[in-house]
Design a protein around this ligand. Structure first.
Ligand code: C5P
Length: 296
């Protein structure tokens, strides 16, 4: 088989409610995940052993990369430890930003090697492997839009067409996910939301479709990311960016996951582009939801 390339998208969270700590050390969450067109790429070709090349190069050992772990897990699951692959991972998604880059790479590795090795597993059959690789990995097999609950591993694909242009802003801050969840535990009791994030997003989209001029700005207030208020005091740059996105015309702005990326939702590429200029010199990415983007 010739080599082939798959896109490995980032995700944003439309709302993220975090419940209390579970006995297994994880937290239950409630969020709508949306894959966006800010993408890494993985190119797969046949080889005698597993070989992972990262572009730009990284200092960490390749076997520590989730892509390598996904490949080893699939080999073991399929009983094909003799099969090899060369995987070239081209990184664009910022690390430690709550955009799910590593999780997406792991899921894309499962999908790509499933194809390269002619294994023919369905996404459902790959999902238990994805779960073992990380809480966010199953979403990337079952997107591009999904209601995500459990520790992040219970994924219900939503047949929603997401209309907004997304502007992602990445401050020079690396937030470790376990650290962010520890801060949540130390934060005063959060009010459970009255509705699931899936229902809030669905109502927003109904109103959006009914009248594009009545954008129901107020409805966006229901979409809360619990990490935002929890991390705001320690990391004041985050609420500052959120405010600047609102000032620049965002219908909604908040953290993605546990941060540090902050994103805004805009009605058009033009308004997002103007906002990106207003946010300079921050690194920004204008992207679209992966509603209809075809894989190569
Ligand atoms: O599953 P993943 O490896 O991404 O999780 C990393 C860490 O983040 C976990 O060990 C846990 O401390 C925290 N976490 C959590 N609740 C979740 C997801 C992650 O507490 N739902």
């Amino acid at each position: 088989m010739d080599s082939f390339t798959l896109l490995s998208p980032a995700k944003i969270n439309l709302g993220l409610h975090v419940s209390k700590l579970r006995d297994d050390g994880y937290h239950d969450i409630d969020s709508v995940f949306v894959a966006v067109t800010l993408c890494d790429e993985l190119t797969f070709s046949e080889a005698n052993s597993l070989d992972l090349v990262c572009q730009p190069p990284v200092t960490t050992t390749p076997t520590d990369n989730l892509v390598y772990k996904a490949a080893a897990l699939l080999q073991e699951f399929a009983g094909c430890t003799g099969k090899g692959a060369k995987i070239v991972l081209t990184k664009r998604i910022p690390h430690g930003a709550g955009l799910g880059g590593g999780s997406s790479n792991a899921a894309t590795a499962l999908l790509g090697l499933n194809r390269l090795w002619n294994l023919d597993y369905t996404p459902d059959e790959l999902t238990p492997l994805a779960r073992r690789l990380g809480s966010d990995v199953p979403f990337f097999l079952n997107g591009p839009v999904a209601h995500v609950t459990g520790r992040g591993d219970v994924v219900r694909t939503l047949p929603l067409d997401i209309p907004w242009t997304v502007l992602v802003v990445t401050p020079d801050l690396h937030i470790s996910t376990p650290w962010a969840y520890q801060q949540i535990d130390a934060f005063p009791q959060r009010n459970p939301p009255s509705e699931s994030t899936a229902s809030i997003v669905s109502h927003l989209l109904d109103n959006y479709a009914l009248d594009a001029n009545d954008l129901n700005k107020g409805g966006y207030n229901k979409l809360v990311n619990d990490f935002h208020s929890c991390l705001a005091t320690q990391l004041p740059e985050i609420p500052t960016i959120t405010r600047r996105l609102h000032d620049a015309g965002a219908l909604y702005a908040s953290l993605s996951g546990s941060g540090s990326a902050v994103f805004g939702l805009f009605t058009s590429v033009e308004t997002a582009t103007t906002a990106a200029s207003a946010l300079a010199p921050y690194q920004t990415y204008i992207c679209a939801p992966m509603n209809s983007v075809e894989q190569t």
